[in-house]
Ligand binder design. Sequence first.
Ligand code: B12
Ligand code: SF4
Length: 490
Amino acid sequence: MKCVLIVPRLPSLSTRIAFPPQVPLGHVMVGSSLMRGGHEVVLLDGDVRKLSLRSTVRHAKDLQPDCILIGHPASTAGHPHAMQLAQSLRRELGSTPIGYGGLHPTYHASEVLAAGDVDFVITHEAERVTRDLVDGLAKGPQGAFKAPGVMSRQQLIAQPTEPIVDLDEFRPIWSGPWQLHRYRAHGMRSAVVQFSRGCPRRCSYCGQWDFWKTWRHRTVESFVSEIDELSRLGARLFWIADENWSLRQDLFLRLLEGLRSVNRGHHLIVAMESAHVIRDAAHLKLYREAGLTQLMLGLDGEDKDLLGSNPKRRADGQLASVLDKVHAAGMTSIINHFMPASGAGRPEDWDRLRACRADFYNTLQPTPHRWTSYGQRASGQIYNRDLSNWDYRMPVLARSRGEWLAKRWRAKETELRLNAPSALRAAWAMVRGRRPPAPLLARSAFWAGMVFVREVAVLIAATLTWLATYPCPRARKQPASPKRSLVVLP
Ligand code: B12
Ligand code: SF4
């Protein structure tokens, strides 16, 4: 079967100023599995190629596919665009089967199928499931409808599947048709790679642990050889697509040693638990030698989990001195912090965050995905129903447009307050010639600043529009949904 895997264009993200679309690892994983199954695969990434809906459809049609598979790496924010694409493809391609996979469709399969354009929703991790589906399609529609893990109008409940045990068996084929030269970040060829899947923690606002079901990992040898291969292909900057790669210290240190052995000057950007960085304080030199450049840390979390209660909070007391050492070792720390759902934070919380002395602070907006327990609790407070805005930068919960705008202003003020001290420290160190900033740090700081400026500019325009129309009732309407809305409301 000739399968065309498509990423629809998502033009609206403010963070696009800092980094353009990155290689869609989910598509690469699924496509690699299909290639191993003997199918022909083409990736049509409308996002990186900036293709309009119409040109994406035209390109897809020209490829004469036997099967279309749609997904977006920014899953929820990309969902309205994925649904619009499915609708246009259905019109142009008649009965060609259309499948849709990823995080958001997994938890909204019934609504996706009810819209009538998508034939199959491929739920949860999709390498094995999509291959079974396409093998089934090759035999005729009846075979496909029965594939485990797939939902269709004929099969409204997916037969359960077991998580993949041997992740190495499904490692990406990087020599495949992905056009890797298109993907860049911070001036370098970039790639997205994954060592482990899932997370044993159970944070109430996060659904990743449920999506992947269990925490599993690749073998160190296989993952290190993948980085080596990508480095040979020219990639220098790697996003680590793991939720919790440092969970087991013995394994993690072995992995870092492997990465050190293939480090040709690469940069690894990774999300980590602050407790693990504290645990590894004696190994920060190894972190750096392995190529770790930016550590993104989260401190929020009030949930008990499988590993003991509230590990994130336990960690933050010792964090400041470890982050100083991270900085001294040549790495950057970024703390991702959720704004309080009420919008207003307590001064002691900001003091606590500032006391961590991270290089950057990034504020996130609480986003009530309905597959999380937080999402179910907060579902009555949703104001912004345009899913293309559900990107953690834009508030979703509010009672009125005024409150929604106020929350956006508070987030910007918080970012300014939290980031000003470290920006001044860096500027002062530069002026005194003590420490020229690392090129990657300088670049990311600059582009993070540009994202901030853009978001403030958009906010000023939105506030002025609101003031100009206040108290006209139209001003209190929720934000507009994308045209010809096929948005599935949570
Ligand atoms: C690395 C990463 C990034 C990187 C690069 C991502 C990229 N390729 O573009 C960067 C830093 C650039 C990034 C940016 C953003 N990210 Co991000 N990111 C991740 C992270 C950590 C890993 C993504 C990944 O590659 N996973 C590994 C692959 C294999 O998993 P997967 O994509 O889910 O794919 C599997 C299935 O979903 C399915 N599948 C996926 N796609 C497809 C397609 C088809 C056709 C089929 C059949 C199946 C299928 O099969 C795959 C294999 O099993 C995830 C969290 C996570 N662990 O997944 C967050 C995550 C995807 N990001 C998220 C968000 C919100 C964003 C941003 C919107 C943030 C922002 N405001 O800028 C942007 C969006 C940028 C974009 N892509 O347009 C959220 C999405 C939440 C949601 N509800 O949808 C996540 C889940 C984080 C979270 N915990 O909430 N991200
Ligand atoms: S530690 Fe991170 S990935 Fe794990 S459940 Fe919490 S937020 Fe999700």
